[in-house]
Design a protein around this ligand. Structure first.
Ligand SMILES: C[S@@+](CC[C@H](N)C(=O)[O-])C[C@H]1O[C@@H](n2cnc3c(N)ncnc32)[C@H](O)[C@@H]1O
Length: 327
């Protein structure tokens, strides 16, 4: 398959990682969740609006809840493949909480992985956590390989390159594998992301895919979001899959995944234990409760699976959804 040419829009897509990392750092600094590692990648964040902090909290917490559900099935004998990883710190947070999974692979454009490799290389605490006794750490300017942590620079639209990088990262196609894509597929043209999903479905025996991104993009709010991004030089090339929860599900089924479910972020937020929600709702007064509700309605988490290990994944949503428990 012909490798796609670098698109002028790729620069803008790459810079979305800076936005995401900054927003996460802003929320972490205020105590929304604990991340002892993000500050090594993002030094001094601008303070973000309360709605943004709360939105990122729901995103990170929602993904964490899905991963915990998978761990209950697999224990640590599983792999995570973090697509468009940006500066995500999940590997280090898992190590901190005592998990040592079989393999963890991160993929992003080489521009992003080069920065992440550089920061890992010069930080003792980050390095310590990827270093396993007697294991070696191999580094190039864009890729890093250790015993069970790998980060590789690759364009996810190029399947042949993805296949080579997975092989270099010693991925085992037979053990349970969790794919993560947090605001990534939406930046990739649908035929390209479909090829990727089909390739995963054809090559992994037991897998789950956790996908966080936009939904309900056909309404006025979605239109404004799209226009804002276009003005910043970034089109959402894969937005066709983000029309509804149904389109989010069918994109996986059409790519030979065995099943899929999807929840908008209103539902995900209400599946977070009430005491934990109450804790974060005390952190900041919300100026724009309506805006937060709209944001939650325009993002979702989908989970798809291959094989039967993950098919009973469910998110338990509190019955009363009429408010977001906002004072
Ligand atoms: C919004 S950021 C999210 C980063 C991270 N997943 C997070 O949530 O913190 C989107 C990431 O996807 C990456 N990305 C988008 N399209 C990609 C492609 N075709 N190949 C590799 N990475 C891609 C970008 O470089 C960027 O780091």
């Amino acid at each position: 398959m012909e490798p796609p040419a670098f698109h002028p829009c790729d620069e803008a897509v790459i810079s979305t990682n800076d936005d995401a990392s900054n927003c996460k750092r802003s929320a972490v600094k205020l105590g929304y969740w604990k991340d002892d590692f993000l500050s090594y990648f993002v030094r001094s964040p601008d303070r973000k609006a309360p709605e943004i902090n709360r939105g990122y909290y729901a995103r990170v917490k929602g993904i964490e809840m899905c991963i915990e559900k998978f761990f209950k099935k697999t224990g640590d004998k599983c792999q995570i493949i973090n697509l468009g990883c940006g500066f995500d710190t999940l590997y280090w947070r898992l190590r901190e909480s005592g998990h040592m999974i079989s393999n963890f692979v991160e993929m992003d454009f080489p521009t992003v992985t080069a920065k992440k490799c550089y920061m890992i290389k010069r930080n003792k605490i980050l390095l310590e956590k990827i270093h396993v006794e007697d294991g070696e750490v191999r580094l190039s300017s864009t890729d890093l390989h250790s015993t069970n942590y790998h980060i590789v620079g690759v364009d996810l639209r190029n399947i042949d390159e993805v296949a080579v990088k997975l092989q270099q990262s010693e991925v085992d196609f037979s053990i349970p594998t969790i794919f993560l894509a947090e605001c990534v597929l939406v930046y990739i043209e649908l035929p390209n992301s479909n090829n990727l999903l089909k390739w995963f479905a054809g090559n992994f025996q037991s897998a789950a895919f956790v996908n966080y991104e936009q939904v309900n993009m056909n309404d006025r709010f979605g239109e404004v979001m799209l226009n804002n991004l276009r003005q910043r030089g970034c089109s959402l090339a894969g937005v066709e899959a983000c029309v509804s929860l149904e389109t989010q599900i069918s994109r996986f089924l059409n790519c030979n995944w065995h099943g899929a479910r999807a929840w908008d972020m209103v539902q995900i937020y209400h599946s977070i234990p009430a005491a934990e929600r109450a804790r974060i709702e005390r952190i900041e007064m919300l100026d724009e409760a309506e805006l937060l509700m709209q944001l939650f309605q325009h993002y979702c988490i989908s989970v798809a699976w291959i094989g039967d290990l993950f098919q009973d994944i469910e998110i338990t949503v509190e019955k009363r959804l009429s408010s977001l428990n906002i004072d």
